[in-house]
Design a protein around this ligand. Structure first.
Ligand SMILES: Nc1ncnc2c1ncn2[C@@H]1O[C@H](COP(=O)(O)OP(=O)(O)OP(=O)(O)O)[C@@H](O)[C@H]1O
Ligand SMILES: [Mg+2]
Length: 215
């Protein structure tokens, strides 16, 4: 069976890293070759861009510059990691991907979706996630988890509540627009419940892939 590109999306602190580990385990148990990666990052140059994007508190970054840096990191990630891995039949699990760009740089920063679309088409060519798990939780819930985890807030975690609300709204709007691809999980539930829902989503997707493979 061919691999697939799975992205995990949602606000900071909603549980992406936690659940990506679970997805990787789930797939490996079924014999899939899995590669876990993240955005911005996933390559040497991408991780350097991540440092700038998340931690360059002292340097102002214009919104359009931020958007272009995100796509610069994505271009490298696609060429160096994602496209070769998919070609080799791997399952690529990506902690944030294109929907985060629309949510943060579109919703959060207010860049027009049409402008993001132009860059998306040029950068991604045909590559899109086959399945996206959106961990949706009220802004306060995600923020409380981030606080609990500790550490200094990054450039996005440090944003005001209206920025975070806008991020959530765009994520939800994209889920409504792409219901086949984006599966929304209620991430404010206890871990075991989120996991049970995730299990169902994965099982359904796995069966679909197997059926497609057999035909
Ligand atoms: N359903 C849940 N119930 C309670 N706590 C949770 C749940 N999901 C995750 N957590 C906890 O919340 C914290 C944040 O989770 P995690 O690091 O997975 O989020 P994240 O989405 O990867 O955040 P970031 O975007 O900052 O990387 C962790 O301490 C994790 O154990
Ligand atoms: Mg994380």
């Amino acid at each position: 069976m061919n691999g697939a590109l799975l992205s995990v999306e949602g606000a900071d602190g909603c549980g992406k890293s936690t659940h990506i580990g679970f997805i990787a385990q789930w797939l490996r148990k079924r014999g899939a070759a899995v590669l876990c990666t993240r955005e911005p990052g996933g390559t040497a140059v991408g991780e350097s861009l991540r440092q700038i994007l998340l931690h360059a508190a002292a340097t102002p970054i214009a919104d359009r510059c931020e958007l272009l840096l995100m796509f610069a990191a994505r271009a490298q990630h696609l060429d160096e990691v994602i496209v070769p891995a998919l070609a080799a039949g791997k399952w690529v699990l990506c902690d944030r991907f294109i929907d985060a760009t629309y949510a943060y740089q579109g919703g959060g920063r207010g860049i027009a979706a049409q402008d993001i679309e132009i860059l998306e088409q040029w950068t991604h060519r045909a590559v899109q996630p086959d399945l996206t798990v959106l961990l949706d939780a009220p802004v306060e819930v995600a923020a409380a988890r981030t606080r609990q985890r500790g550490g200094k807030p990054d450039r996005f975690e440090g944003q005001q509540a209206d920025f975070k609300q806008a991020v959530r709204r765009v994520y939800q709007a994209r889920a409504a627009r792409f219901p086949q691809r984006i599966r929304v999980l209620d991430a404010k539930q206890p871990m075991a419940q989120v996991r049970a829902e995730l299990n169902t989503v994965l099982a359904t997707f796995w069966q679909q892939r197997q059926r497609a493979h057999e035909h």
